[in-house]
Design a protein around this ligand. Structure first.
Ligand SMILES: NC(=O)c1ccc[n+]([C@@H]2O[C@H](COP(=O)([O-])OP(=O)(O)OC[C@H]3O[C@@H](n4cnc5c(N)ncnc54)[C@H](OP(=O)(O)O)[C@@H]3O)[C@@H](O)[C@H]2O)c1
Length: 259
């Protein structure tokens, strides 16, 4: 599939992408209606490891986990001033590429959250790399619950987009090809992981105040759709309390009007 894409001119890939996004079949959209929410009240979840803990969304997730009396392990690339993580957080410093570092963070945890994002320090395929180390470690250590953040560039059956969004996201998929491909790999590996996984797919992130979200496969993505990191963090943490989206990858869009 990747080879075929490489052989096609970027413009042809983009046109096919836009057409597919706008023409997502309705029956697939309808399939997305979730079952009624079921609260697990953090059942069995006391300790959570978070990858990307020092990122802008990750940091908000850490605060929410602590506010919910959960114990937090933060995986960071290296200890450096400016991370500003609370003292109660257990910090594991390591490389996402090294199995033993990742295992150290996940050991004795009840759930794993991943909010890793693209970084100038690389690698661009960090999300594929992370799936390759995190999922096997979770299986070995019998940690079942996984919540990961990817993005709206990752398409799923049943997605719905305006023509504007299809155009904009089509361009992003080409411009950030390696990162988007790695995110797609992460989703496929989650699907095959055998874990209780949820992948959250937000559009553009903002630092605005929380305003509530719409989540699902049929949420219509517009070119200017966004979600605040505060809302995204809240949605991610709330997944520890419900099995509503286990084995699914909902698009999560903020309810604020685009500015
Ligand atoms: N920004 C957007 O508009 C947007 C849109 C849709 C989805 N998303 C997704 O939303 C999530 C949060 O985004 P954000 O903008 O809040 O994140 P962010 O501030 O960019 O933080 C990303 C974090 O990932 C870490 N990271 C990257 N590569 C790493 C590696 N190899 N090893 C260890 N840590 C690594 C970074 O650590 P360092 O500081 O050490 O590099 C940073 O803490 C990400 O998954 C992103 O893909 C973002």
């Amino acid at each position: 599939m990747a080879d075929k894409e490489k052989a096609r001119p970027a413009f042809a890939v983009w046109i096919a992408d836009v057409t597919a996004a706008v023409e997502a079949p309705n029956e697939l959209r309808e399939r997305a209606d979730p079952e009624p929410e079921q609260s697990l009240r953090f059942a069995g979840i006391r300790k959570v490891a978070i990858f990307g803990a020092a990122g802008r969304t990750g940091r908000l997730i850490v605060d929410l986990l602590l506010a919910n009396s959960l114990r937090v392990t933060a995986f960071v690339r290296e200890l450096r001033s400016g991370y500003d993580l609370p003292d109660v957080v257990r910090i594991v410093e390591g490389s996402i590429e090294r199995d033993e570092d990742v295992r150290e963070a996940i050991e004795e945890q009840d759930a794993v959250i991943c909010a890793l994002g693209p970084s100038r320090r690389g690698p661009p395929d960090v999300l594929a790399v992370a799936a390759g180390t995190i999922f096997p470690a979770m299986r070995d250590l019998e940690v079942r619950r996984y919540v990961g953040v990817l993005g709206a560039t990752v398409r799923c059956p049943g997605d719905s987009a305006t023509l504007g969004a299809a155009v904009v996201y089509g361009i992003i998929r080409i411009m950030a090809r390696r990162f988007v491909r790695a995110a797609g790999t992460h989703l496929r590996m989650a699907e095959q992981s055998g874990l209780d996984w949820t992948i959250v797919r937000p559009p553009r992130l903002t630092d605005g105040p929380p305003a509530g979200v719409a989540a699902g496969y049929g949420v219509r993505l517009a070119a200017r759709s966004s979600i605040s990191r505060a809302d995204l963090a809240e949605f991610v943490v709330s997944q520890l309390d419900t099995d509503r989206w286990v084995g699914r990858a909902p698009m999560v869009v903020g309810r604020t009007r685009p500015r």
